[in-house]
Write a new protein. Structure first.
Length: 310
């Protein structure tokens, strides 16, 4: 998959694609069906996704609480897994935000990227003031020479699949419900960072990861699947992770701390991906470190049996 960040000066090989447009936060089942429509609309064209970075909501409200399900790297790797060959990840800035719907269709889609076909969801809005609708896109396509498919909103048996519904499920400690809408586990990805070096003393060294900039799932202890994505320890593991502020040890910045079963080795700086499978309990402040360790032993036993049953 090639990532193209500018809609001007695009190479010939990166033009003529059939593209799904949107933010693709989470790359959930609805997003996957939109991508399938882009593939079906022009099977011989390069398959693409047109998205924005930062997320337009982050651009317009930079101080709002973090809401994203994934960062741009995790999104790109998830899209690549679906067979996307071109990721047009346009820099969302004041200039792009100021384009009218017609100027966006002409300058970005028709002329800049030379797209052959675009697929948008039925609720898609675009251009300055979000004034353009999916129907407007169809009219521009007819006029400017690109095909347009409007994808219906995907529903599961009980709800419309949406990034918002997935955020709610994660906030309410229902990671399996989130996974049912995502079509994959919700994952937190990034490099392992240093902590207080307390874990090894407790007998539970934990690979720590930042959750800055991400929608925080419910705090507490989770059964997790761990993919070490690179380096000598690359592979799939199981574990138990604590997500939150660690009330045993004062007020801390929320992060994710993962104890990996049957593992020893140095993971600092290594990119890992942690999938939240089940929420076991909330974070607690125990009377003693021994009480915490006893509870961690129980958490790990329970996580092992949950993960063995997957
Ligand atoms: C399975 C598990 C359960 C945990 N439960 C709690 C908890 O209930 N309360 C808490 O304050 N910290 C909890 N933690 C976080 C540990 O306190 C933290 O990982 C440990 O202090 C290591 O910190 P360090 O990585 O900065 O060295 C838990 C960690 C794991 C792996
Ligand atoms: N089973 C394991 N699970 C997680 N990390 C481990 C494990 N064994 C060794 N490590 C290494 O130990 C580090 C965590 O040790 P810890 O004492 O908790 O330090 P820190 O406070 O820096 O996270 C991890 O980042 C990783 O490099």
């Amino acid at each position: 998959m090639r990532i193209i960040r500018d809609y001007q000066y695009v190479e010939a090989a990166d033009r003529g694609a059939s593209v799904a447009i949107g933010n693709f936060d989470g790359v959930h089942l609805g997003h996957q069906s939109v991508i399938d429509l882009a593939r079906a609309a022009a099977p011989d064209a390069p398959l693409g996704v047109l998205t924005f970075e930062p997320h337009p909501r982050e651009f317009f409200a930079p101080d709002a609480p973090p809401f994203r399900l994934m960062g741009p790297e995790a999104r790109a790797s998830q899209l690549a897994k679906l067979g996307v060959e071109r990721l047009y990840q346009l820099n969302f800035n004041a200039q792009l935000a100021s384009l009218t719907p017609e100027a966006f269709a002409r300058s970005v889609i028709a002329e800049g990227l030379g797209l052959q076909h675009v697929v948008v969801g039925a609720d898609f809005c675009f251009g300055k003031g979000r004034a353009g609708t999916a129907q407007d896109m169809q009219a521009f396509g007819a006029d400017m020479g690109f095909g347009v498919t409007v994808a219906p909103l995907l529903e599961t048996s009980d709800a419309t699949v949406s990034s918002t519904a997935i955020r709610t499920a994660l906030s309410e400690a229902r990671p399996r419900d989130a996974a049912a809408m995502l079509g994959h586990w919700h994952r937190i990805e990034g490099p392992v960072i240093g902590g207080e070096q307390r874990g090894r003393e407790l007998g539970y060294p934990t690979a720590n990861m930042s959750i800055d900039g991400l929608h925080p799932p419910a705090f507490g202890v989770y059964a997790v699947l761990v993919d070490v994505l690179e380096g000598p320890h690359k592979g799939r593991y199981q574990g138990a992770a604590s997500l939150g502020v660690r009330p045993m040890f004062g007020e801390n910045r929320a992060n994710l701390e993962t104890f990996i079963f049957d593992f020893s080795g140095d993971l600092y700086g290594t990119h890992v991906s942690v999938a939240l499978v089940d929420h076991l309990r909330g974070e607690e402040k125990f009377d003693s470190l021994d009480a915490l360790i006893t509870q961690m032993d129980a958490d790990c036993t329970r996580a092992r049996s949950i993960l063995a049953a997957l």
